[in-house]
Design a protein around this ligand. Structure first.
Ligand code: NDP
Length: 452
C-alpha cells in the first residue's frame, strides 16, 4: 500500500522525550508526522521527572550550604524556606519548557494533536472520536508510577503529585529504595522535612555496585534521613495528626505525606493493545526488534515502555535512531552497553559500565581500585561527608569496565569519564592522564594500587 493512502506517514503516541525526538527528526527528514498527546508536552522528564527534580535538588542543597558557610566566615541569619515560592517558580519554568516543546514540533513540520489515542484497527488510531490513519504508528507513552496494593495504599502519593503538594510535608515517609525514592529523600530532607525512607530488602539501590550501595546508605544516614532496610509498609490509616503507618517489622510511624516510589510500569492501559498481536517481554514491557518494530508490522515502540534503561538520553537516542532508520539514511539502534547514569541523591551517585558483581561474572579476574576521602570543602565546613571513587579493571586486557562515584557532582564528573570508558580506555590510559588539581575528579587518574 502506498503511504499516500494514509493521513500520515508516522503517527506518534506520546510527546515525551522519545516521542518528540522521533517526531521532530522524522518530520525534518520529510515524513508527514502527527503527535498525539493528552497530558503535557515533554512527558515525564519535563513535567514530573528529571527537570523539576533537578530544580528541587538545587533548592534542597541550599539548606546545608547555609550551615557550611559558617566555617568559611559567613554569618547568615536563620534561613527560612517557602515551599509555595519554589513550587510556583518551578511551575512557571515548566510552562516555558512545555511551550518550547510544542514549538519544536511545529517548527519541524509535525502536527500536534491534543487528545488521547486508542488503537482502532491496523494503521488506524481514534483520537477525540476521529479516526486517523498512518503507515507507521509509534508508541512512546513511557511508564507510569506503580503503587503496590495494601490497605491504605490509596493514601500514598507518587512522583506525579509530589512536586505540587499544596502544603509542605513536615514529616514524610518514602517507600522504595531506587532512583526516585532516594532522590526525593535527599530533596525533602534538605528542604527541612523529617524523612523516613523504607526499603523492603537488606540494602537499597539494587543494580548498583555493592560498595556504592553500602557507602551511599552510610552517607545518607549522616544527612539525617531515617533510612530503614527490611522495612515495608503494611497498612496506612488516617489517624492522629496525619497518616498512621504500620510497617511489616511491627513498628509504626506517623507522617503528613507518603511518597510511593516503587517502580514504573508501561503506560499502555487504555491504548487498546489487546486488539493487536503485540508481544511483551517477561517483565511486561513491549518487545521490539532493533528497528523498534513490535510483533505488529505497522506498530513501533521506543523509550521507557520497551524495558531498557528508563532514562531520557536513552529515549532521545532511540528517537533519533528510529527516525533515521525509517526516514533517513538508516543506522543502528543505540548501543546500550556503557550507558552512564546518575542518581541525584545527596550525595550524588555517578556510574558507567559494570558493577564489581557483574564484572566478576563477565570478565573473570579483576583489579579493583578504590578510594574514599573527605571532599576538600568540608575541611573548613566541618561537615562529616565523604566521597567514594571506584574503578573496575579487567585484569586480562587492562580495560576499565566499570567506573563509580559517590560524591558532589558525580553526574557531571562521570559524564566526561563515560566517553573514555565507551572508547575502551585502559587503566594505563587513566594513569597517563594528568589530573586537574585540586578537584575530586583527579582521584580517578591517581588511583595507583589496587585494593583487591
Ligand atoms: P526503581 O526501579 O529505581 O526502584 C523501585 C524501588 O521500589 C526498588 O527499591 C524496589 O525494590 C522497590 N519496590 C518495587 N516493588 C515494590 C513493592 N511491591 N513493595 C515495596 N518496594 C517495592 O524505580 P523508581 O520508581 O525509583 O524509578 C523508575 C525509573 O525511573 C528508574 O528505574 C530510573 O530508570 C528512572 N529514573 C531515573 C532517574 C535519573 O536518571 N536520575 C531519576 C528517577 C527515575 P527492589 O529493588 O527490591 O525490587
Amino acid at each position: 500500500m502506498s503511504t499516500a493512502v494514509f493521513d500520515y506517514d508516522l503517527l506518534v503516541i506520546g510527546a515525551g522525550s522519545g516521542g518528540v525526538r522521533a517526531a521532530r527528526t522524522a518530520a525534518s527528514l520529510g515524513a508527514r508526522v502527527a503527535v498525539v498527546e493528552d497530558r503535557y508536552m515533554g512527558g515525564t522528564c519535563v513535567n514530573v521527572g528529571c527537570v523539576p527534580k533537578k530544580l528541587y535538588v538545587y533548592a534542597s542543597e541550599f539548606g546545608k550550604g547555609f550551615v557550611d558557610a559558617g566555617g568559611f566566615g559567613w554569618e547568615t541569619p536563620e534561613p527560612a524556606f517557602d515551599w509555595a515560592t519554589l513550587r510556583d517558580n518551578k511551575k512557571t519554568e515548566i510552562s516555558r519548557l512545555n511551550a518550547i516543546y510544542q514549538r519544536l514540533l511545529e517548527t519541524a513540520g509535525a502536527t500536534v494533536i491534543d487528545g488521547r489515542a486508542h488503537i482502532h484497527d491496523r494503521h488506524s488510531i481514534e483520537v477525540n472520536g476521529t479516526q486517523l490513519t498512518a503507515e507507521k504508528v509509534l508508541l512512546a507513552t513511557g511508564t507510569w508510577p506503580y503503587i503496590p496494593a495494601f490497605p491504605g495504599s490509596e493514601y500514598a502519593l507518587t512522583s506525579n503529585e509530589i512536586f505540587d503538594l499544596p502544603e509542605f510535608p513536615q514529616r514524610l515517609l518514602i517507600i522504595g529504595g531506587g532512583y526516585i525514592a532516594t532522590e526525593f529523600a535527599g530533596i525533602f530532607n534538605g528542604l527541612g522535612s523529617k524523612v523516613t525512607q523504607t526499603y523492603r530488602g537488606d540494602l537499597f539501590m539494587r543494580g548498583f555496585d555493592g560498595d556504592v550501595r553500602t557507602f551511599l546508605a552510610a552517607e545518607i544516614r549522616k544527612t539525617g534521613v531515617d533510612l530503614r532496610f527490611n522495612a515495608n509498609p503494611q497498612a496506612i490509616e488516617i489517624g492522629g495528626q496525619g497518616y498512621h503507618v504500620t510497617l511489616d517489622n511491627g513498628s509504626t510511624l506517623e507522617v503528613d505525606s507518603i511518597l510511593c516510589a516503587t517502580g514504573r510500569r508501561p503506560n499502555i492501559h487504555d491504548l487498546n493493545l489487546e486488539e493487536t498481536d503485540i508481544q511483551y517481554t517477561p517483565q511486561g514491557f513491549i518487545a521490539v526488534d532493533e528497528r523498534f518494530q513490535t510483533s505488529e508490522s505497522w506498530l513501533y515502540a521506543l523509550g521507557d515502555l520497551t524495558g531498557g534503561p528508563q532514562l531520557t538520553p536513552v529515549a532521545l537516542a532511540q528517537g533519533t535512531a528510529f527516525a533515521h532508520q525509517h526516514y533517513g539514511s538508516g543506522g543502528d539502534a543505540p548501543e546500550l552497553e556503557y550507558v552512564p547514569t546518575a542518581v541525584f541523591s545527596q550525595p550524588n551517585v555517578g556510574t558507567v559500565g559494570y558493577t564489581e558483581e557483574q564484572a566478576e561474572q563477565l570478565f573473570g579476574e579483576l583489579r579493583i581500585f578504590q578510594s574514599d576521602f573527605r571532599p576538600m570543602k568540608h575541611t573548613l565546613s566541618g561537615r562529616d561527608e565523604r566521597s567514594l571513587m571506584k574503578l573496575i579493571v579487567e585484569a586480562a586486557t587492562d580495560r576499565v569496565v566499570g567506573l563509580h562515584m559517590v560524591g558532589p557532582d558525580a553526574g557531571e564528573i562521570v559524564q566526561g569519564m563515560a566517553i573514555a570508558i565507551q572508547m575502551g580506555a585502559t587503566k594505563a590510559d587513566f594513569d597517563r592522564t594528568i589530573g586537574i588539581h585540586p578537584t575530586a575528579a583527579e582521584e580517578f587518574v591517581t588511583l595507583r594500587e589496587p585494593v583487591r
